[in-house]
Design a protein around this ligand. Structure first.
Ligand code: C2O
Ligand code: CU
Length: 526
């Protein structure tokens, strides 16, 4: 990703002799097996508080401190978790079966990462530990969406009811508390939330132990194994505009390995980094078969040499190890190893050498996965041109990022009407890529097109340069997070379906979102 130009207060990462950093290149690689998050199904049925005649699934999930074994040779890292693990348990749900979750905040009363009280919504008059759980990609009434200012403090519980009247998709849950979501997620508050449905079940896909969720996120650690989040060097305003960790965790482990059988597997990938984008390849040049993106299956599978994931994006992929029996190879981000795959010789099941492997090696991904009707541009009742801006505050020399030049507290300007379609033109005037996410909805990418930024910023004259580029092959399905490329207009078409009320849209670089690159929008009643 492009660097932040003119940044004078970027992460002042100074190593102190008293508290040295972990240098991950010194760690022994591939000594820990990849953990698989535990799975949570609603085991209990309760009557729906919103409609007592209906029985719905119920789950209780606690946020609490956990000692996370991130690597064999490090003491456990003290992190914040859902139900004691990082990542949290994978919540398994089904379309049409509403779920009630009680999210119980059992965290300590002080934060262990640098809260910045100068940020909007994180003032010194507010509790330092606040949580607001958001299910990213859920079509949900506003009360259950985890609105950033609707936070809970330790001892409090957030009752959320997810209607789940939406297609199968790889969703995830994470913290969203105003001004500190960057710290709460960095601390470990994230997990998968999978929705399944009959349409997807009808596709023959690797399942059960052959379907593996894989959340990737970068981090920094101290040599004593504890998390390190950088700060600006100013204790009164520690916010930094971006955070790049020097090591990638896969399902909460540094440099894990995964033993697989020589057959096809399905992986659900999620980028849960604060800032880092991934570009994944394999050391043996194995190809990716992408079958789904943020909001479910693609129309057809896509073959990729490299898989790119911006923050908060998901990819549903099939990897076929049948031609790699007996091999070891690594998953690589840019040029850095992330984890190792160890493919068993044919005929030997994972973990139990005596057992024959589960199934024959041949698996053909279905060539039609799902019908995704393209929404015609003519369906849109409104087109909004919305700028993504970065300004240097001349006094503080701190970068400020805004959506359409507006602050969080400015009046709401995006007011789509329920059950209408709009086109949003994300005019990125910056040299950074910002992954833009809208709550509540799913949308389609229309195109991306470069424009003349200088003419626009200096003279208010808008004109395109070059031709529109169609979506990448992996972007042809339903999305909820879209990379808005630098100096480019990214056009998305959005059906506002589901519920009226107040939601947010924001950049999913968490440091940007925490500092004004987030805005409310209001869905008006139909
Ligand atoms: Cu992934 Cu507003 O969040
Ligand atoms: Cu951003």
């Amino acid at each position: 990703m492009a660097s932040m130009p003119g940044m004078s207060k970027s992460s002042a990462r100074k190593e102190s002799p008293a508290h040295p950093w972990l240098h991950p290149e010194k760690l022994t690689q591939f000594v820990d097996p990849l953990p698989k998050p535990s799975v949570l199904h609603a085991t209990e049925q309760r009557s729906n508080p919103l409609d007592p005649s209906q029985r719905i699934g119920y789950l209780r999930i606690e946020m609490r401190v956990a000692e996370v074994p991130v690597h064999r040779d490090l003491p456990p890292a003290r992190m914040w978790s859902y139900n004691g693990t990082v990542p949290g348990p994978t919540i398994e749900t089904r379309t049409g079966q509403p779920l009630w979750v009680d999210w119980v905040n059992q965290l300590p009363s002080d934060h262990f990462l640098p809260v910045d009280h100068t940020l909007c919504g994180a003032g010194a008059d507010l509790p330092r530990v606040r949580t607001a759980v958001h299910v990213h990609g859920a079509n949900v009434p506003p009360e259950s969406d985890g609105f950033p200012t609707n936070w809970q403090t330790p001892g409090q519980t957030y009752r959320a009811i997810y209607p789940l009247q939406q297609d199968a998709a790889t969703l995830w849950y994470h913290d969203h508390a105003m001004g500190i979501e960057r710290l709460n997620q960095y601390a470990g508050l994230f997990g998968f939330f999978l929705i399944r449905d009959a349409q997807e079940d009808a596709q023959p896909m690797p399942a059960g132990e052959y379907e593996i969720p894989l959340v990737l996120c970068d981090r920094m650690f101290f040599a004593d194994g504890q998390l390190h989040y950088p700060d600006s060097g100013d204790p009164d305003a520690p916010w930094v505009p971006e955070v790049y960790g020097d090591v990638v965790m896969a399902n909460g482990k540094i440099f894990p390995y995964l033993e697989v059988e020589p057959r096809a597997y399905r992986f659900r990938l999620l980028n849960a980094s604060n800032t880092r984008f991934f570009r994944f390849t394999f050391s043996n040049n194995l190809h990716w078969t992408q079958i789904g993106s943020d909001q479910g299956l693609l129309p057809a599978p896509v073959q990729l040499e490299a898989l790119s994931l911006a923050c908060a994006e998901r990819a549903d992929v099939v990897l076929d190890f049948s031609q790699s029996a007996g091999q070891r190879f690594t998953l690589i981000n840019q040029s850095e190893p992330v984890m190792e795959f160890r493919v068993k010789p044919p005929g030997i099941a994972v973990g139990s050498p005596a057992q024959p492997a589960s199934s024959p090696s041949s698996f053909a991904v279905p060539q039609t996965l799902r019908i995704v009707e393209r929404i015609p541009e003519s369906a849109a009742v409104q087109t909004r041109r919305l700028t993504l801006n970065e300004y240097m505050n001349p006094k503080t020399r701190v970068m400020l990022m805004l959506l359409n030049g507006k602050y969080w507290h400015d009046e709401v300007t995006e007011t789509p009407r329920l059950n209408t379609v709009e086109i949003w033109e994300l005019v990125n005037t910056t040299q950074d890529l910002h992954p833009i996410h809208l709550h509540l909805v799913r949308f389609q990418l229309l195109d991306r097109r470069a424009f003349d930024v200088d003419d626009f910023l200096d003279y208010g004259k808008f004109h395109y340069v070059g031709d529109p580029a169609p979506p990448e092959p992996g972007e042809t399905g339903w999305k909820d997070t879209i990379p808005a490329h630098p100096e480019t207009v990214t056009r998305i078409i959005i059906p506002f379906a589901g519920f009226p009320g107040r939601y947010v849209w924001h950049c999913h670089l968490l440091e940007h979102a925490a500092n004004e690159m987030m805005r409310p929008f209001q869905v008006l009643t139909a």
